[in-house]
Design a protein. Structure first.
Length: 723
């Protein structure tokens, strides 16, 4: 990429600022933007880059007038500073790139932008740190708000995972974390036995304000970079995921009796004689939901959605409870699961294994042949599962109309289709994302990848879980018009500006999206999802559609769920792997027992924690997949691949390779044919000389030029026409 020539201003005489009001504005703006700092007259002249004698001579008189007006103060040493009360904000750092970061305010008004902070003004703040900043006055209307960090209130992390680079006199750890833009200096005495190119965990011990890099100590050596186990452990450490359970947690879990007392069974509705099955992935070990089927005398169906009664075993204020809250969710990495609950509970006591009596919390529905719910009951139960199905096996029984419980499965599937159809008619969005799964050998090396196919049986189970979650949320809301404290899963309406960007992107592929009528957004998105199934652009459009939506979260606010078109929704159906579901079970039983609404703040704090842990888990899962994608492309055939431009930034072009669903980047600095300018509004690049436009959605051909396991990046280049 060629750079634009700089204009030579040498010899050009600067015009004096004849207007004292203009000079006063410049001085005042500078002092306001440097709150708390004092400057001598000579310093101000130098900082403001004033060179001509006339303007220099006008600085002191203007300062005297500003002092008289009270806008500026003067100390006994004849140094000047602003008297304006600064605009302080606290927020979280989003360290975008080495040149600048954004601070996301804690309390952000609707439509309010994040504050841009240049790296030199970050005061050594790092990504996700909580900071206190001063916001500069806006120089002109519409300009991005800028500021500087005054104080790092709380560090998000002190430990980083990275690769050691050792030189004769010192060492550095190069962090794996993409948003850590500083290498960490480590004295040789603090290497803890780490060798060159090994992966380690390093703790920052000191970072003086004038130092370019922080200093740290190696706390743990993970092993050789590039080794599968080492890289997965690196991801776990990077995101602060636990490697094992504390011994006292395991001991408390092992001490719980397997035997269900008769007194407990008597207090529950007994479903042990009702046909009950579990349907899960073939490799699943924790079965936290089961469905039961019974034909009623009036011809309707009684459908039971039975959920593992985790809170019967995990009591408040126990070590198990504390650990479950801290983890808040199970994490599914590319080759392993990091469970929320110890195996004794997740795969044993709470797992709804076949041919065993199990304690459950249930929603029981009376459903007619049209899929209408005529009646419902919620409460604690005991079940005895008759059969454990893998998804593929249950689907095969429906398809072939033979095998265990094929008629019951077929009937339940047909009812689920009717309920699903009605949900979409009411405005739910049908996001059918492409899920890629890697085939790994014993050493974790990716041998190939598979696109996971969602069949009717997956959708059937999903539909009944959604129904149970919805009914539980509405039951509590309707009890007291939403005034009782409860845990909801909410999803706000999408941002129209983001939707417009997505709409323009979809047009590149010939798809029209109507975003002008809010009531039509769901229908138009569903139409798009149907149109793109099996097409090259499917994955890119699905991912971008999801990104254009608001993020779902846990909260005590009884808001609705836009994506599902539910007035109220919660998470009730997966307490083995989600802490919010445990919260819901506890509150639900509390209200069923006639309890009063508890204090909201404690539960809202737990909701915020759970949402944060959910994001951490999703980020770690993506990182593990990206690691395998990078490794897979490093081993893949050297050839030209068809791809779609999935993102454009000022420093590069993201391309998703259609064949492998892996995303890489073409860096602008590597494009030598022209100097390309980034048009942010239209998300495109324009060549300065050839006027060539590179736009989101363009179909291209690319080659892999480099893969970096540490950074989990794939570098691409445009392929020649004859490749």
């Amino acid at each position: 990429m060629s750079k634009q020539p700089r204009k030579n201003n040498k010899g050009k005489k600067e015009k004096p600022i004849s207007n004292s009001a203009q000079l006063a504005d410049r001085i005042l703006n500078f002092l306001d933007n440097n709150f708390g700092e004092e400057f001598a007259i000579k310093q101000l002249i130098r900082k403001l880059n004033i060179r001509d004698k006339i303007t220099k001579g006008g600085v002191e008189p203007v300062l005297n007038k500003l002092v008289e007006a009270g806008s500026v103060s003067r100390n006994p040493r004849n140094h000047f500073s602003s008297t304006k009360a600064p605009d302080f904000i606290e927020g979280t750092v989003d360290f975008v790139n080495p040149r600048f970061a954004f601070v996301v305010p804690d309390h952000k008004a609707e439509g309010e932008e994040d504050i841009l902070v240049k790296s030199r003004d970050l005061k050594n703040a790092l990504d996700d740190d909580r900071v206190r900043i001063q916001v500069f006055p806006q120089k002109q209307h519409g300009q991005k708000r800028e500021g500087k960090v005054l104080e790092v209130v709380k560090r998000a992390r002190e430990e980083f995972v990275g690769r050691v680079e050792i030189s004769p006199r010192f060492a550095f750890v190069v962090s794996d974390f993409k948003k850590m833009h500083h290498d960490i200096f480590v004295r040789k005495a603090d290497l803890n036995g780490a060798q060159h190119n090994q992966k380690v965990i390093v703790k920052i011990t000191e970072w003086r304000e004038d130092d370019k890099n922080p200093s740290g100590k190696v706390t743990q050596v993970l092993g050789e970079a590039g080794n599968h186990e080492v890289e997965i452990h690196s991801i776990m450490a990077e995101f602060g995921l636990p490697f094992e359970y504390p011994e006292e947690v395991v001991q408390e879990a092992e001490a719980i009796s397997e035997k269900i007392p008769e007194s407990e069974i008597k207090n529950r509705r007994d479903f042990r004689d009702v046909t009950t099955v579990t349907i899960d992935p073939a490799d699943a070990k924790d079965f936290d939901d089961a469905i039961s089927y019974q034909r009623l005398a009036n011809g309707n169906i009684q459908l039971g959605v039975h959920i593992a009664d985790v809170t019967h075993y995990v009591k408040p204020k126990t070590i198990l409870e504390k650990e479950a809250y801290n983890r808040a969710t199970s994490v599914y990495l590319v080759d392993r699961t990091i469970p929320m609950l110890p195996e004794r509970l997740s795969n044993g006591l709470c797992s709804l294994r076949p041919n065993e009596d199990k304690l459950t919390f249930s929603c029981v529905f009376e459903i007619d042949e049209n899929g209408d719910v005529l009646d419902q009951w919620i409460g604690r139960t005991v079940i005895h599962s008759d059969r454990r199905f893998a998804y593929e096996e249950a689907q095969e029984n429906i398809d072939k109309q033979e095998g265990d419980f094929y008629s019951e499965l077929t009937l339940l599937n047909n009812l689920a289709k009717k309920i699903r159809k009605r949900r979409f008619k009411n405005g739910a969005i049908n996001f059918e994302t492409v899920e890629v799964k890697f085939k790994l050998d014993e050493d974790g090396t990716p041998l190939g990848l598979m696109i996971k196919e969602r069949k009717d049986i997956h959708k059937m189970i999903e539909e009944y879980m959604l129904l149970a979650n919805k009914v539980v949320a509405e039951f509590i809301y309707n009890k007291n018009k939403g005034k009782d404290t409860f845990v909801y899963r909410t999803h706000d309406h999408p941002d129209l500006e983001r939707l417009e960007t997505f709409s323009n992107f979809a047009k590149k592929f010939g798809h029209e999206i109507n975003i002008n009528e809010e009531t039509r957004i769901s229908a138009t998105l569903n139409k798009l999802m149907e149109e793109i199934v099996g097409k090259p652009e499917q994955n890119v459009l699905e991912q971008l559609a999801i990104r254009s939506m608001a993020k779902a979260r846990y909260t005590t606010e009884p808001k609705g769920h836009f994506g599902l078109a539910f007035r109220h929704y919660t998470h009730f159906t997966s307490p083995i792997r989600r802490y919010p579901d445990m919260m819901v079970h506890r509150l639900l039983q509390h209200y069923l027992d006639g309890g009063k609404s508890p204090e909201e703040k404690e539960w809202e704090d737990k909701c915020i924690h759970s949402s944060e842990r959910e994001k951490r888990a999703a980020d770690a899962e993506r990182a593990s997949i990206k690691y395998k994608q990078v490794e897979f492309m490093a081993l893949a055939e050297d050839k030209a691949y068809a791809g779609i431009i999935s993102g454009i930034t000022e420093w590069g072009i993201f391309v998703e390779i259609t064949e492998t669903k892996c995303e890489g980047m073409i860096r602008l600095q590597d494009m030598q044919d022209d100097y390309y300018e980034f048009d942010e509004k239209h998300m495109r690049l324009i060549g300065a000389k050839n006027k060539k436009m590179i736009t989101l959605g363009d179909q291209v051909r690319v080659r892999v030029v480099n893969t970096d396991i540490d950074r989990r990046t794939i570098d691409l280049e445009f392929a020649n026409d004859n490749d």
